[in-house]
Design a protein around this ligand. Structure first.
Ligand SMILES: *Cc1c(COP(=O)(O)O)cnc(C)c1O
Length: 421
Protein backbone atom coordinates (compact mmCIF):
# COMPACT_ATOMS: atom_id res chain seq x y z
CA UNK A 1 0.00 0.00 0.00
CA UNK A 2 1.19 3.50 -0.68
CA UNK A 3 1.08 6.34 1.85
CA UNK A 4 -2.26 7.64 0.60
CA UNK A 5 -3.89 4.23 1.07
CA UNK A 6 -2.36 3.64 4.51
CA UNK A 7 -3.47 7.13 5.53
CA UNK A 8 -7.11 6.15 5.17
CA UNK A 9 -6.91 3.45 7.81
CA UNK A 10 -6.09 5.59 10.85
CA UNK A 11 -6.02 9.27 10.02
CA UNK A 12 -8.77 11.85 10.49
CA UNK A 13 -7.82 15.01 8.57
CA UNK A 14 -8.62 18.60 9.56
CA UNK A 15 -11.47 20.49 7.91
CA UNK A 16 -12.41 17.34 6.03
CA UNK A 17 -15.66 15.47 5.46
CA UNK A 18 -14.15 12.09 4.71
CA UNK A 19 -17.25 10.74 2.98
CA UNK A 20 -17.00 13.23 0.13
CA UNK A 21 -13.28 14.00 0.23
CA UNK A 22 -11.45 13.34 -2.99
CA UNK A 23 -8.07 11.65 -2.91
CA UNK A 24 -5.54 13.07 -0.46
CA UNK A 25 -2.09 13.73 -1.87
CA UNK A 26 0.97 12.32 -0.10
CA UNK A 27 3.88 14.76 0.02
CA UNK A 28 7.35 13.28 0.05
CA UNK A 29 9.58 16.32 0.05
CA UNK A 30 9.62 20.10 0.25
CA UNK A 31 12.46 22.41 -0.69
CA UNK A 32 12.43 26.12 -1.47
CA UNK A 33 9.19 26.90 -3.29
CA UNK A 34 8.67 23.28 -4.36
CA UNK A 35 6.51 20.45 -3.04
CA UNK A 36 7.15 16.90 -4.36
CA UNK A 37 4.47 14.23 -4.04
CA UNK A 38 4.72 10.47 -3.65
CA UNK A 39 4.69 9.98 -7.42
CA UNK A 40 7.45 12.57 -7.92
CA UNK A 41 5.15 15.26 -9.29
CA UNK A 42 6.50 18.70 -8.42
CA UNK A 43 4.35 21.73 -7.55
CA UNK A 44 5.15 25.37 -6.84
CA UNK A 45 3.78 26.21 -3.39
CA UNK A 46 1.90 29.37 -4.38
CA UNK A 47 0.34 29.85 -0.92
CA UNK A 48 3.49 29.21 1.17
CA UNK A 49 1.72 26.22 2.78
CA UNK A 50 -0.99 28.41 4.29
CA UNK A 51 1.18 31.48 4.79
CA UNK A 52 3.91 29.76 6.78
CA UNK A 53 6.94 28.89 4.60
CA UNK A 54 7.64 32.45 3.49
CA UNK A 55 11.43 31.99 3.30
CA UNK A 56 11.04 28.75 1.33
CA UNK A 57 10.72 25.20 2.65
CA UNK A 58 13.66 23.58 4.45
CA UNK A 59 15.52 26.88 4.40
CA UNK A 60 19.19 26.06 5.09
CA UNK A 61 19.81 29.10 7.31
CA UNK A 62 16.86 28.27 9.55
CA UNK A 63 17.60 24.53 9.60
CA UNK A 64 21.15 25.26 10.71
CA UNK A 65 20.03 27.53 13.57
CA UNK A 66 17.48 25.00 14.80
CA UNK A 67 19.95 22.15 14.45
CA UNK A 68 22.46 23.98 16.66
CA UNK A 69 19.75 24.82 19.19
CA UNK A 70 18.66 21.21 19.53
CA UNK A 71 22.17 20.10 20.49
CA UNK A 72 22.06 22.50 23.42
CA UNK A 73 18.60 22.74 24.96
CA UNK A 74 15.47 21.06 23.64
CA UNK A 75 12.49 21.69 25.91
CA UNK A 76 12.03 22.89 29.47
CA UNK A 77 9.14 24.13 31.54
CA UNK A 78 8.57 27.84 30.95
CA UNK A 79 6.87 28.54 34.27
CA UNK A 80 9.68 29.46 36.67
CA UNK A 81 12.36 28.86 34.00
CA UNK A 82 13.51 31.04 31.14
CA UNK A 83 16.13 30.64 28.39
CA UNK A 84 18.10 32.62 25.87
CA UNK A 85 16.15 31.58 22.73
CA UNK A 86 12.94 32.96 24.29
CA UNK A 87 14.60 36.18 25.45
CA UNK A 88 16.35 36.70 22.10
CA UNK A 89 13.08 36.12 20.27
CA UNK A 90 11.09 38.45 22.53
CA UNK A 91 13.65 41.22 21.91
CA UNK A 92 13.57 40.59 18.15
CA UNK A 93 9.76 40.64 18.11
CA UNK A 94 9.55 43.87 20.09
CA UNK A 95 12.00 45.30 17.53
CA UNK A 96 9.60 44.73 14.63
CA UNK A 97 6.15 44.87 16.27
CA UNK A 98 3.91 47.96 16.20
CA UNK A 99 5.11 50.67 18.55
CA UNK A 100 3.12 50.11 21.73
CA UNK A 101 3.91 46.40 22.18
CA UNK A 102 5.88 45.66 25.34
CA UNK A 103 5.33 42.05 26.53
CA UNK A 104 5.32 38.72 24.67
CA UNK A 105 3.16 35.81 25.83
CA UNK A 106 4.06 32.57 24.02
CA UNK A 107 1.54 29.93 22.96
CA UNK A 108 1.21 27.11 20.43
CA UNK A 109 -0.67 28.17 17.28
CA UNK A 110 -2.88 30.83 15.78
CA UNK A 111 -6.02 29.77 17.61
CA UNK A 112 -4.37 29.87 21.02
CA UNK A 113 -2.70 33.18 20.11
CA UNK A 114 -6.14 34.74 19.51
CA UNK A 115 -7.61 32.83 22.46
CA UNK A 116 -5.06 34.56 24.71
CA UNK A 117 -5.74 37.91 23.03
CA UNK A 118 -9.45 37.53 23.84
CA UNK A 119 -8.63 36.52 27.44
CA UNK A 120 -6.37 39.58 27.81
CA UNK A 121 -9.20 41.87 26.69
CA UNK A 122 -11.84 40.24 28.91
CA UNK A 123 -9.66 39.94 32.01
CA UNK A 124 -8.24 43.46 31.58
CA UNK A 125 -11.73 44.75 32.35
CA UNK A 126 -12.61 42.00 34.84
CA UNK A 127 -9.53 42.84 36.94
CA UNK A 128 -10.72 46.43 37.17
CA UNK A 129 -14.30 45.46 38.05
CA UNK A 130 -15.67 46.82 34.78
CA UNK A 131 -18.91 45.15 33.65
CA UNK A 132 -17.64 44.38 30.14
CA UNK A 133 -18.16 40.82 28.94
CA UNK A 134 -18.76 41.14 25.20
CA UNK A 135 -16.29 41.08 22.31
CA UNK A 136 -16.74 42.99 19.07
CA UNK A 137 -15.69 41.33 15.80
CA UNK A 138 -16.09 41.68 12.04
CA UNK A 139 -18.63 39.80 10.01
CA UNK A 140 -16.79 37.06 8.08
CA UNK A 141 -13.82 37.22 10.42
CA UNK A 142 -11.71 34.15 11.06
CA UNK A 143 -9.67 33.75 14.23
CA UNK A 144 -9.25 30.01 14.71
CA UNK A 145 -11.03 26.87 15.84
CA UNK A 146 -10.78 26.71 19.65
CA UNK A 147 -13.90 27.87 21.52
CA UNK A 148 -13.03 31.52 22.09
CA UNK A 149 -11.48 31.90 18.64
CA UNK A 150 -14.43 30.10 17.05
CA UNK A 151 -16.90 32.35 18.90
CA UNK A 152 -15.45 35.55 17.46
CA UNK A 153 -15.12 33.98 13.99
CA UNK A 154 -18.10 34.17 11.70
CA UNK A 155 -17.24 32.27 8.58
CA UNK A 156 -17.92 28.61 9.00
CA UNK A 157 -21.39 27.37 8.32
CA UNK A 158 -20.38 24.22 10.15
CA UNK A 159 -20.35 25.43 13.79
CA UNK A 160 -23.91 24.37 14.58
CA UNK A 161 -22.96 21.86 17.27
CA UNK A 162 -21.16 24.49 19.36
CA UNK A 163 -23.04 27.75 18.95
CA UNK A 164 -24.89 27.43 22.26
CA UNK A 165 -21.53 27.53 24.03
CA UNK A 166 -20.06 30.60 22.35
CA UNK A 167 -18.78 33.75 24.08
CA UNK A 168 -20.89 36.87 23.91
CA UNK A 169 -19.95 38.53 20.58
CA UNK A 170 -21.39 41.44 18.59
CA UNK A 171 -20.56 41.91 14.93
CA UNK A 172 -20.03 44.82 12.61
CA UNK A 173 -19.62 44.90 8.82
CA UNK A 174 -16.21 45.37 7.25
CA UNK A 175 -15.46 49.03 6.32
CA UNK A 176 -15.84 49.45 2.56
CA UNK A 177 -15.38 53.19 2.16
CA UNK A 178 -19.10 53.99 2.23
CA UNK A 179 -20.32 52.60 5.54
CA UNK A 180 -17.95 54.03 8.16
CA UNK A 181 -20.53 56.40 9.67
CA UNK A 182 -23.08 53.62 10.02
CA UNK A 183 -20.54 51.27 11.58
CA UNK A 184 -19.53 53.89 14.16
CA UNK A 185 -23.19 54.46 15.06
CA UNK A 186 -23.65 50.73 15.38
CA UNK A 187 -20.67 50.36 17.73
CA UNK A 188 -21.94 53.24 19.85
CA UNK A 189 -25.36 51.70 20.29
CA UNK A 190 -23.95 48.19 20.93
CA UNK A 191 -21.56 49.60 23.53
CA UNK A 192 -24.40 51.39 25.30
CA UNK A 193 -26.45 48.19 25.61
CA UNK A 194 -23.73 45.55 26.05
CA UNK A 195 -20.49 47.22 27.13
CA UNK A 196 -17.64 45.97 24.96
CA UNK A 197 -14.41 44.56 26.41
CA UNK A 198 -12.43 44.31 23.20
CA UNK A 199 -12.47 44.39 19.41
CA UNK A 200 -10.71 41.56 17.57
CA UNK A 201 -9.93 42.21 13.90
CA UNK A 202 -7.73 41.01 11.08
CA UNK A 203 -6.11 44.31 10.08
CA UNK A 204 -6.73 45.32 6.43
CA UNK A 205 -6.84 41.80 4.93
CA UNK A 206 -9.22 39.02 6.01
CA UNK A 207 -7.57 35.88 4.71
CA UNK A 208 -10.23 33.24 5.23
CA UNK A 209 -12.91 35.63 3.93
CA UNK A 210 -11.18 35.20 0.54
CA UNK A 211 -8.64 37.99 1.02
CA UNK A 212 -11.22 40.66 1.69
CA UNK A 213 -9.47 44.04 1.92
CA UNK A 214 -10.71 46.84 4.19
CA UNK A 215 -11.04 50.51 3.52
CA UNK A 216 -8.05 51.81 5.45
CA UNK A 217 -9.58 55.10 6.64
CA UNK A 218 -12.73 53.34 7.76
CA UNK A 219 -10.74 50.84 9.78
CA UNK A 220 -8.70 53.64 11.36
CA UNK A 221 -11.85 55.46 12.43
CA UNK A 222 -13.27 52.31 13.99
CA UNK A 223 -10.02 51.67 15.87
CA UNK A 224 -9.76 55.29 17.00
CA UNK A 225 -13.32 55.21 18.30
CA UNK A 226 -12.68 51.97 20.24
CA UNK A 227 -9.58 53.58 21.79
CA UNK A 228 -11.63 56.46 23.17
CA UNK A 229 -13.89 53.95 24.98
CA UNK A 230 -11.06 51.71 26.21
CA UNK A 231 -12.33 48.84 24.04
CA UNK A 232 -9.14 46.76 23.83
CA UNK A 233 -7.83 46.45 20.27
CA UNK A 234 -6.77 42.89 19.51
CA UNK A 235 -5.09 42.74 16.09
CA UNK A 236 -5.12 39.20 14.70
CA UNK A 237 -1.97 39.30 12.53
CA UNK A 238 -1.74 35.50 12.32
CA UNK A 239 -2.09 35.66 8.53
CA UNK A 240 -0.95 39.22 7.78
CA UNK A 241 2.15 39.26 10.00
CA UNK A 242 5.79 39.05 8.94
CA UNK A 243 5.72 40.91 5.65
CA UNK A 244 2.76 39.56 3.67
CA UNK A 245 1.09 42.92 3.17
CA UNK A 246 4.40 44.56 2.24
CA UNK A 247 5.10 45.91 5.73
CA UNK A 248 6.19 43.77 8.66
CA UNK A 249 2.70 43.93 10.14
CA UNK A 250 -0.52 45.13 8.50
CA UNK A 251 -1.02 47.37 11.56
CA UNK A 252 2.01 49.37 10.36
CA UNK A 253 -0.21 50.90 7.65
CA UNK A 254 -2.62 52.26 10.26
CA UNK A 255 -2.44 55.40 12.37
CA UNK A 256 -4.04 53.66 15.37
CA UNK A 257 -1.94 50.95 17.00
CA UNK A 258 -3.34 47.83 18.65
CA UNK A 259 -3.17 47.01 22.38
CA UNK A 260 -2.66 43.31 21.62
CA UNK A 261 -1.15 41.52 18.59
CA UNK A 262 -1.71 37.81 17.81
CA UNK A 263 0.94 36.01 15.76
CA UNK A 264 1.57 32.51 14.39
CA UNK A 265 1.84 30.91 10.91
CA UNK A 266 4.97 32.60 9.44
CA UNK A 267 6.27 33.37 12.95
CA UNK A 268 8.34 30.18 12.86
CA UNK A 269 8.99 30.29 9.11
CA UNK A 270 6.95 27.16 8.44
CA UNK A 271 9.31 24.88 10.34
CA UNK A 272 7.75 24.38 13.77
CA UNK A 273 4.44 25.21 15.43
CA UNK A 274 4.26 28.25 17.69
CA UNK A 275 2.09 31.25 18.43
CA UNK A 276 2.62 34.43 20.40
CA UNK A 277 0.43 37.20 21.76
CA UNK A 278 2.04 40.53 22.50
CA UNK A 279 0.52 43.38 24.49
CA UNK A 280 1.17 46.93 25.60
CA UNK A 281 2.32 47.90 29.09
CA UNK A 282 -1.20 49.07 29.88
CA UNK A 283 -2.58 45.54 29.46
CA UNK A 284 0.24 43.93 31.44
CA UNK A 285 -0.21 46.43 34.27
CA UNK A 286 -3.88 45.47 34.67
CA UNK A 287 -2.73 41.92 35.55
CA UNK A 288 0.21 42.95 37.78
CA UNK A 289 -0.99 42.61 41.36
CA UNK A 290 -0.38 40.98 44.75
CA UNK A 291 -3.59 39.07 44.11
CA UNK A 292 -2.69 35.82 42.27
CA UNK A 293 -6.15 35.65 40.70
CA UNK A 294 -5.44 38.81 38.75
CA UNK A 295 -2.64 37.03 36.83
CA UNK A 296 -3.18 35.41 33.43
CA UNK A 297 -3.56 31.76 34.37
CA UNK A 298 -3.07 30.36 30.93
CA UNK A 299 -0.22 28.16 29.75
CA UNK A 300 0.68 25.39 27.35
CA UNK A 301 3.15 22.59 28.01
CA UNK A 302 5.35 23.52 25.05
CA UNK A 303 5.26 27.27 25.73
CA UNK A 304 8.35 29.02 24.27
CA UNK A 305 9.81 25.75 23.01
CA UNK A 306 13.48 26.59 22.38
CA UNK A 307 13.52 25.01 18.90
CA UNK A 308 10.48 27.00 17.83
CA UNK A 309 12.09 30.12 19.30
CA UNK A 310 15.29 29.45 17.32
CA UNK A 311 13.30 28.98 14.10
CA UNK A 312 11.37 32.20 14.74
CA UNK A 313 14.50 34.17 15.55
CA UNK A 314 16.24 32.96 12.38
CA UNK A 315 13.09 33.85 10.42
CA UNK A 316 13.08 37.41 11.77
CA UNK A 317 16.76 37.79 10.85
CA UNK A 318 15.85 36.80 7.29
CA UNK A 319 12.81 39.10 7.27
CA UNK A 320 15.06 42.01 8.25
CA UNK A 321 17.56 41.18 5.50
CA UNK A 322 17.89 43.22 2.33
CA UNK A 323 17.46 40.11 0.21
CA UNK A 324 14.07 39.18 1.65
CA UNK A 325 12.85 42.78 1.63
CA UNK A 326 13.77 42.93 -2.07
CA UNK A 327 11.90 39.66 -2.63
CA UNK A 328 8.75 41.09 -1.05
CA UNK A 329 9.08 44.23 -3.17
CA UNK A 330 9.51 42.29 -6.40
CA UNK A 331 6.47 40.08 -5.74
CA UNK A 332 4.43 43.17 -4.81
CA UNK A 333 5.34 44.84 -8.13
CA UNK A 334 4.72 41.67 -10.13
CA UNK A 335 1.30 41.26 -8.49
CA UNK A 336 0.36 44.83 -9.41
CA UNK A 337 1.42 44.28 -13.02
CA UNK A 338 -0.45 40.96 -13.18
CA UNK A 339 -3.55 42.61 -11.73
CA UNK A 340 -3.48 45.24 -14.50
CA UNK A 341 -3.22 42.47 -17.09
CA UNK A 342 -5.87 40.10 -15.71
CA UNK A 343 -8.58 42.43 -14.42
CA UNK A 344 -10.13 42.85 -17.87
CA UNK A 345 -10.34 39.10 -18.50
CA UNK A 346 -14.00 38.20 -19.18
CA UNK A 347 -13.95 35.48 -16.51
CA UNK A 348 -12.71 37.87 -13.81
CA UNK A 349 -15.17 39.71 -11.61
CA UNK A 350 -12.80 41.51 -9.25
CA UNK A 351 -9.13 41.61 -8.30
CA UNK A 352 -7.27 42.84 -5.23
CA UNK A 353 -3.68 42.81 -4.13
CA UNK A 354 -1.63 43.98 -1.17
CA UNK A 355 2.03 43.09 -0.77
CA UNK A 356 2.61 39.47 -1.79
CA UNK A 357 -1.11 38.70 -1.49
CA UNK A 358 -3.03 38.60 -4.76
CA UNK A 359 -6.64 37.46 -5.22
CA UNK A 360 -9.20 37.40 -8.00
CA UNK A 361 -12.88 36.47 -7.98
CA UNK A 362 -14.10 34.39 -10.89
CA UNK A 363 -17.18 35.57 -12.73
CA UNK A 364 -18.77 32.18 -12.05
CA UNK A 365 -20.48 30.96 -8.91
CA UNK A 366 -18.74 28.21 -6.99
CA UNK A 367 -19.35 26.70 -3.56
CA UNK A 368 -16.62 27.12 -0.98
CA UNK A 369 -15.72 23.42 -1.15
CA UNK A 370 -17.85 22.21 -4.07
CA UNK A 371 -17.07 19.92 -7.03
CA UNK A 372 -16.35 22.71 -9.54
CA UNK A 373 -13.91 24.23 -7.08
CA UNK A 374 -12.16 20.85 -6.75
CA UNK A 375 -11.85 20.62 -10.51
CA UNK A 376 -10.08 23.98 -10.63
CA UNK A 377 -7.82 22.90 -7.77
CA UNK A 378 -6.85 19.75 -9.72
CA UNK A 379 -6.27 21.71 -12.92
CA UNK A 380 -3.76 23.88 -11.07
CA UNK A 381 -2.02 20.77 -9.73
CA UNK A 382 -1.80 19.33 -13.24
CA UNK A 383 -0.05 22.57 -14.25
CA UNK A 384 2.45 22.19 -11.42
CA UNK A 385 0.98 24.85 -9.16
CA UNK A 386 -0.34 24.27 -5.66
CA UNK A 387 -2.97 26.79 -4.58
CA UNK A 388 -6.34 26.38 -2.90
CA UNK A 389 -9.28 28.21 -4.50
CA UNK A 390 -11.74 29.49 -1.88
CA UNK A 391 -15.11 29.17 -3.56
CA UNK A 392 -14.79 31.45 -6.58
CA UNK A 393 -11.67 33.22 -5.29
CA UNK A 394 -8.23 32.25 -6.54
CA UNK A 395 -5.46 33.67 -4.40
CA UNK A 396 -1.72 33.40 -4.01
CA UNK A 397 0.67 34.23 -1.18
CA UNK A 398 4.02 33.09 -2.62
CA UNK A 399 7.20 32.53 -0.59
CA UNK A 400 9.39 35.67 -0.61
CA UNK A 401 12.20 33.66 -2.23
CA UNK A 402 10.21 32.76 -5.36
CA UNK A 403 12.08 33.60 -8.58
CA UNK A 404 10.50 35.83 -11.21
CA UNK A 405 10.27 32.95 -13.68
CA UNK A 406 8.57 30.72 -11.09
CA UNK A 407 6.10 33.48 -10.29
CA UNK A 408 5.49 33.85 -14.04
CA UNK A 409 4.60 30.14 -14.14
CA UNK A 410 1.99 30.68 -11.42
CA UNK A 411 0.45 33.63 -13.29
CA UNK A 412 0.49 31.62 -16.54
CA UNK A 413 -1.38 28.76 -14.86
CA UNK A 414 -4.00 31.23 -13.60
CA UNK A 415 -4.47 32.68 -17.10
CA UNK A 416 -4.77 29.18 -18.58
CA UNK A 417 -7.35 28.16 -15.99
CA UNK A 418 -9.36 31.32 -16.71
CA UNK A 419 -9.15 30.72 -20.47
CA UNK A 420 -10.39 27.16 -19.93
CA UNK A 421 -13.50 28.12 -17.97
C1 LIG B 1 -4.89 30.61 10.44
C2 LIG B 1 -5.46 31.71 11.24
C3 LIG B 1 -5.80 31.53 12.60
C4 LIG B 1 -5.71 30.20 13.29
O1 LIG B 1 -4.42 29.71 13.34
P1 LIG B 1 -4.16 28.14 13.59
O2 LIG B 1 -2.70 28.04 13.78
O3 LIG B 1 -4.65 27.44 12.37
O4 LIG B 1 -4.93 27.75 14.80
C5 LIG B 1 -6.26 32.62 13.30
N1 LIG B 1 -6.39 33.83 12.71
C6 LIG B 1 -6.08 34.04 11.41
C7 LIG B 1 -6.25 35.39 10.83
C8 LIG B 1 -5.62 32.99 10.63
O5 LIG B 1 -5.33 33.19 9.34
Amino acid sequence: MNITERDQQYIWHPLTQHKVQQEILAVKKTKGVYITDEDNNVYIDAISSWYTSIYGHCNDYILDKVNRQMQQLDQVVFTGFTHQPAVDLAEALIGILPSEQQKIFFNDNGSTATEVGIKMALQYHHNQNHERKTMLAFEEGFHGDTFGAMSVSNLSVYHGAFEDHFLSVKRIPVPNGKNTGEILEQIKSIHKETPLAGFIYEPLVQGAAAMKIHDKNGLQEILAFCKTRDIILVADEVMTGFGKTGKKFASDYLSVQPDVVCMSKALTAGLLPMGATSCSQKIFDAFYDDDLAKGLFHGHTYTANPLSCAAALAGIELLNSEKIQQGIKKITEANLAFEEQIKLHPKVNATRTMGVIFALDLAVDLQRYGKARNKIFNTFLSKGVYLRPLGRTIYIVPPYVIKQEELAEVYKAIVEVLDGL
